[in-house]
Design a protein. Structure first.
Ligand SMILES: [Zn+2]
Length: 160
């Protein structure tokens, strides 16, 4: 995969680091040049700055301890990833996320996963009822998390 020339938030990938295999020299918008592992630039939540973004975030949310800021961000990202994963996951037996057809009872089971725990939302004869139950649960459980995430975003720099 050729990542040279790619822009990742504040970073621009300049060239391979010939001194460190698997690392790339990146130019940060703040002026710093850093050597970053290719994986860190291509993974789902990539490195986005030389570290200056994290410092600014820490300042912005009024936390002096950088590790604490990082921990806060991770906490919110993790929460949101849980939501996104379950949103994207289409259940194989019903074709709808969070709705599963019980092959024995021929009833639809609605459920929702929150922080790795499955909450049972009941059994339904009609698929539509199960989908409605799931939707209601999404509004109840996910909306506050999404709101919290957006609020963090509004305060800037949630994702470091
Ligand atoms: Zn920087």
């Amino acid at each position: 995969m050729n990542i040279i020339g790619m822009n990742i938030d504040r970073l621009k990938v300049m060239e391979e680091d010939h001194n460190k295999p698997g690392y790339f020299i990146c130019q940060c918008q703040c002026g710093n040049t850093v050597s970053i592992k290719a994986y860190s630039l291509t993974k789902r939540n990539p490195t986005r700055s030389c570290g200056c973004l994290r410092t600014e975030t820490a300042r912005m949310i009024g936390v002096n301890n950088l590790n604490k800021a990082h921990e806060l961000n991770r906490k919110y990202n993790t929460k949101f990833q849980v939501i996104e994963c379950s949103h994207n996951h289409k259940n194989n037996t019903s074709g709808h996320t969070g709705v599963h057809l019980n092959p024995v009872t021929h009833k639809y089971i609605a459920y929702i996963n929150i922080h790795g725990k499955r909450i049972n939302l009941g059994n339904y004869k009609k698929l539509d009822d199960a989908i409605a139950a799931r939707q209601e649960a999404e509004d109840k459980y996910f909306a506050p998390l999404i709101a919290a995430k957006n609020e963090m975003r509004a305060q800037k720099g949630v994702i470091i």
